[in-house]
Design a protein around this ligand. Sequence first.
Ligand SMILES: Nc1ncnc2c1ncn2[C@@H]1O[C@H](COP(=O)(O)OP(=O)(O)OP(=O)(O)O)[C@@H](O)[C@H]1O
Length: 267
Amino acid sequence: MANGENFEKLILKGLELAVDVDAKALVVLNPGLPLEIPEVDMPIIVTGKTFEMHDKYISIPVPLELGLENVLNLISAFLMEHKIIGTGESFVYVTTDLIGIREAKKGGILSKTFFSTTQNVIQELLEIAIELSTEGREGMPVGTIFVFGDTNNVLKHSHQMIPNPFKGYKLNILDKNVKEVVKEFSFLDGAFIISKTGRVVAAGRYLDVDTKKLKIDIPRGLGSRHIAAAAITKITKAIAITISETGVIRVFKDGDIILEYNPKIRY
Ligand SMILES: Nc1ncnc2c1ncn2[C@@H]1O[C@H](COP(=O)(O)OP(=O)(O)OP(=O)(O)O)[C@@H](O)[C@H]1O
């Protein structure tokens, strides 16, 4: 039922339900339809391309491709971080074909800095990760790491494995053509270093982390790429996104996996 008119009717029903169950917010998972958002007292969150504060609602960039469960977890963390809902309180969500109620989870592991205006960079990186996972590079599976934010510290804890192909270029991940350039260089061993503003600082970077000392607690079976990604987020404030050669995408913060998703599996 991906038609705007019916979607708007569902949103109105969602609002009614939210009032009935004393929910603290309404979340609209919009796949990109032009929508008329009603003016109400309750905070309304709409998924979109960019982070924007509107009069009637807040738009937050979360790729719906991540699957309902991941998207709702991310939004739940956002609502808690912004004190829109507290533990035990709920929000109502509306997709193009369902309405549901969700309770905020206790002890969310998403860091406070995960959602901010720099979220647009994370959104872009997740989109690249999803494309690399599903398409590979020239048909071959690709594995890599993106380390985002806290760049000076990340650079201190890493070194070039090969000359840095991005040295001297001011390429920003938010610029249209740069996405393809980054995908082209994804065959390089090591990690991409991305600054808070989206600048591609380096590729082919080895993360120097002493994983024995750091006590990294991630599921067994994950190899050195994932351990290194977890570790760099433990010793810096960066967020790491890994793509495994199996296609699984993981997001790490403070040494933990905060999101795990396989775009090859339909949820
Ligand atoms: N410390 C590190 N810094 C940057 N890249 C690393 C580091 N350690 C490993 N890698 C990268 O990870 C690649 C794969 O290593 P490994 O197979 O052990 O990882 P993995 O976690 O099992 O990943 P995958 O699921 O993709 O196989 C290496 O070829 C290298 O490019």
